[in-house]
Every structure is written in structure tokens, then in C-alpha cells.
Design a protein around this ligand. Structure first.
Ligand SMILES: NC(=O)c1ccc[n+]([C@@H]2O[C@H](COP(=O)([O-])OP(=O)(O)OC[C@H]3O[C@@H](n4cnc5c(N)ncnc54)[C@H](O)[C@@H]3O)[C@@H](O)[C@H]2O)c1
Length: 454
């Protein structure tokens, strides 16, 4: 009998260790394969692409940063670039394709050229870096012309556009993802791995934000094309840019992989800061028509999930304050926050955060192995400290290996939907608003978010 218990104990210890190692964020695909012939696009896969031939539309700040990274990723080939500013097209070609090893891309200059690009049959992926209004129109057209799409954030501006993305992706079976890079920040991805391994216990509450003083950039005559970002603040209230805060939280909470966001309430402060900034800083000929901005400086949106978790989102791009994405998780066994000061705390001493060096050791210990393997090159090539490179690397890696992408079209729709829904709640004096189930009932077919490896 005693021998039985000893054997049982050793066996349990062994299986626990194996499970603990396997239960991280990154999983080997072979051990988790599910059927790919359903109507929904959960864990959707397509045939592996040997080389991913890419067209980049929009060569402003973001498009040029992508050109800095994509040609350096094995198996990625930029074959076409496009912008309505011919200087940006010509300069980008000169700057990013001066290496003899790289064949220069085809250059496009007119406002409708994205349609000509989508109609080509030698392009696999359309990578959209324009202002927001063109995101969904380009994505839908690209999918209808047999292309995968990766769209800068947010992928859509209205619920109607969110459904357009979902329905077109389901009909065409193409990948359609949002280029949400904050999931891949070194801090966020280690914490995500910790959460998947259960270190925080049951997660109860999370917080995310986009707090970034963009006043000077928004009023600049040269930074954003045609002041597109400022014009949104004139036109609308609510959380106009939810995905950097929400994206990492949604994956950590396994949204539409076992849980779903059901409803939200939203409240905005009045508009003070941007109006005052405009009055104090702009010359007479720079004055904006009436200086009317519908966007209240601070927006607070509270989301409740089906499984009873809460998410607090904040958005403020018009107040003088330090940058923050908040990134806070509170669970039954621990707590983490990234801003304003990183803190990690666990039971039974959670009233006191870990010392800085112990926190750094923990973050490194739980940094997923696939991230460790590329972190040096990610930091060297960069893009927000390396997270942009990791995002592109994962996109190309999954396409080349026929794996499900880390993000899917339902993520794109759910995170973007907050834009219209937060405004809708504000318009109804902060009444609760239902969040559509873009998976149409399939939100608990899977039981967790995983990023796959071959
Ligand atoms: N993920 C991130 O960290 C991050 C950071 C900044 C911006 N963004 C997103 O990236 C996108 C672009 O932002 P940005 O800062 O590069 O803006 P930007 O104004 O610098 O660039 C937009 C570009 O689109 C071009 N354009 C306009 N109409 C076009 C058309 N019909 N065809 C082709 N090009 C056209 C403009 O000439 C401009 O060069 C936005 O969606 C923004 O939200 C994401």
C-alpha cells in the first residue's frame, strides 16, 4: 500500500510538472488541432505560404515603421507600397530598399490604387496603415479579392463595419486581423503567460487605457495626414481608441474563447483641455472651425463579462499627463500593474509588492520561450521597444506555417466595437449597452486563448 502511494505521489508530481510547463500561452499546434471546416473562424488555418507577399497601403508614421521591419523578417517580401503623397512613396522606396538583396516594390500613388493592388494575383497580405476611415473599406475589398488583411488599429469605426469584417472574413475564409501590438510588449506577454499558468488565481478585475497627450501632434500641420485624428475628436465622444488597452486584457480573459464581453456602461468628462489648448496655442489662421470638440477629455468605460469579470477602460489624449495603458490585473491570488509604477504581488503577501529585482526575475522566468528566442533582434529592429517586430514576426511565422494567427477577426470586431458602443451609452446618460456576440454563439467553443507554434 505504501509503495502504491509513493508511486502515485511521484506520478502526480511528474504530471503536474509536465502540465505546468504545457499550460502556458504558447502551445504546440499538433497537440491541439481542431477541425478547420466549421463556419466560424476560431483557430482558422489556411495552407502554409512559403513566402508572404505583402502590399503596404499608407506610408505615414506607421507604414514607414512597418517598412523598417517587414523586409527583415524571413519569408516576408514587400512587393507593393502605396500612398497619395508621392514623396512618401519615392522616399520610402529609396530608404528601405537600398540593399541590393531586396528587389524594390511596385509603387502606387493614387487614392484608389489600393483597389488595383487588391486586384493583383501575386499578393498574399494587404497591410493597412492609413487613417481610420479607410480601414474597413480596404480590408473588405482585399478579402473579397482573395487577400489576407492586417489592419492598423482600430480595424473598424462602427458596429456595422465590425459585422462587415466578420461576415466577409467568414464568407471568404481569409484572415483578417488587427495589428494590435501591445499584446507583445515584453511586460504584457510575460504577465499573460503568468495568468495562463494560473499565478493570479481566478482573474476578477482588469484595467486598461490609452492615455497619451497627443495635443501637439494632433494640431501639427505635418504629423497626421489632413489632421484625420483631430477631426475625429471634433466629431465624436466616447472611447475613440480602445484597442491598446483592451487587446491584452481580452486575450488574458479568454474573450470569445470561454468568456465574452456582454455589456458596458460609459461616461465622459466634459471637454475642457483640448478647447483650452486650442485657444492658448493656435494662431488666428490655425483656429479650428468653432473650436468645437465633441470628445470629452476623459472617457471611462466599464465592461462586464459573461463569467462575471470586470474591465475598466480609460481614454484621454487631450490632458497634460504621463503616458499610460494602465494594464492592471487583480485576481484571487495576485495582482499586477504596469503604470504608473510596475508592481507584482502575490498571496500571502499581496499587500506588499515584490522587490524590484524579484519582480524582474519573475517577469524573465515567465517570458515565453518563443519570445526569448527573438527578443534580441526584436529590440535591435525595434518598433515601440520591440513589440512591433514581435507582432509582425508572429504574423509571418503563423502564415508560413499554416497556423491560426494570434488574433482573429472576432478580436478585431469586439475591440473596435467599443468605439460606437461607448458613445451610445454616453448618449443614453450612461445606460448599459449590450455588446454584440460577433461569434454568433461560438464564444465558448474554445476554452482559452493560445498562441501556436509548429
Ligand atoms: N499600433 C500602434 O502602436 C499605432 C501607433 C500609431 C498609429 N497607429 C495607427 O496607424 C494608422 C496610421 O497612423 P499614422 O500615425 O501612420 O498616420 P499618418 O497620418 O502618418 O499616415 C496615414 C497615411 O495614409 C496616407 N493615405 C491617405 N489616404 C490614402 C489613400 N487613399 N491611399 C493610400 N494612402 C493614403 C496618408 O498620405 C498618410 O501618409 C492609424 O490607424 C493609427 O491609429 C497605430
Amino acid at each position: 500500500m505504501r509503495i502504491f502511494f509513493v508511486v502515485y505521489f511521484v506520478f502526480s508530481l511528474f504530471t503536474f510538472t509536465v502540465n505546468a510547463q504545457e499550460n502556458g500561452l504558447f502551445l504546440s499546434w499538433k497537440t491541439n488541432s481542431t477541425s478547420n471546416d466549421s463556419k466560424h473562424l476560431l483557430e482558422h488555418r489556411v495552407d502554409p505560404l512559403d513566402t508572404v507577399r505583402i502590399a503596404i497601403i499608407g506610408l505615414g508614421n506607421r507604414g514607414q515603421m512597418a517598412l523598417e521591419r517587414l523586409p527583415k523578417i524571413n519569408g516576408a517580401k514587400v512587393v507593393a507600397i502605396s500612398d497619395i503623397d508621392s514623396n512618401k512613396v519615392d522616399e520610402s522606396c529609396k530608404r528601405y530598399f537600398n540593399d541590393e538583396q531586396l528587389s524594390p516594390p511596385d509603387l502606387y500613388y493614387s487614392a484608389d490604387d489600393w483597389k488595383n493592388i487588391c486586384q493583383r494575383d501575386d499578393i498574399d497580405l494587404v497591410y493597412v496603415c492609413t487613417h481610420w476611415e479607410l480601414h474597413t473599406p480596404i480590408a473588405v475589398y482585399a478579402m473579397e479579392h482573395d487577400k489576407h488583411v492586417a489592419v492598423e488599429v482600430p480595424a473598424a469605426l462602427t458596429i456595422r463595419e465590425c459585422w462587415q469584417l466578420v461576415k466577409t472574413a467568414e464568407k471568404t475564409k481569409k484572415h483578417c486581423i488587427q495589428l494590435e501590438n501591445c499584446m507583445y510588449d515584453f511586460f504584457e506577454i510575460s504577465v499573460h503567460n503568468m495568468a495562463k499558468k494560473g499565478l493570479f488565481g481566478e482573474l476578477v478585475h482588469t484595467e486598461g487605457a490609452y492615455i497619451h497627450d497627443l495635443r501637439a501632434l494632433n494640431f501639427s500641420d505635418t504629423y497626421y495626414w489632413n489632421h484625420w485624428r483631430l477631426k475625429r475628436l471634433q466629431k465624436t465622444n466616447g472611447n475613440t481608441y480602445p484597442t491598446h488597452g483592451l487587446g491584452p486584457l481580452a486575450h488574458i480573459l479568454n474573450i470569445h474563447r470561454g468568456d465574452r464581453m456582454e455589456r458596458l456602461v460609459s461616461m465622459s468628462s466634459n471637454q475642457f483641455g483640448l478647447t483650452r489648448y486650442a485657444q492658448q496655442n493656435l494662431s488666428q489662421n490655425q483656429q479650428w472651425e468653432g473650436d468645437q470638440f465633441l470628445k470629452g477629455d476623459m472617457n471611462l468605460t466599464l465592461i462586464k463579462t459573461h463569467n462575471g469579470k470586470t474591465i475598466l477602460l480609460q481614454h484621454d489624449v487631450t490632458s497634460p499627463r504621463p503616458y499610460s495603458r494602465m494594464f492592471t490585473l487583480s485576481g484571487t491570488n495576485g495582482f499586477v500593474q504596469k503604470y504608473p509604477k510596475k508592481a507584482l504581488a502575490f498571496e500571502p503577501n499581496a499587500h506588499r509588492p515584490l522587490e524590484e529585482n524579484r519582480m524582474a526575475d519573475s517577469l524573465l522566468k515567465y517570458q515565453p520561450k518563443p519570445i526569448k528566442e527573438i527578443k534580441d533582434i526584436a529590440k535591435q529592429i525595434g518598433g515601440h521597444g520591440g513589440m512591433d517586430y514581435i507582432m509582425d514576426y508572429r504574423l509571418i511565422y503563423c502564415l508560413r506555417n499554416g497556423l491560426p494567427l494570434d488574433q482573429d477577426v472576432y478580436d478585431a470586431a469586439e475591440w473596435s466595437a467599443i468605439i460606437e458602443l461607448s458613445k451610445k451609452s454616453i448618449d443614453k446618460k450612461s445606460k448599459s449597452v449590450k455588446i454584440p456576440d460577433f461569434t454568433r454563439g461560438n464564444w465558448n467553443v474554445l476554452n482559452k486563448v493560445a498562441y501556436y507554434l509548429n
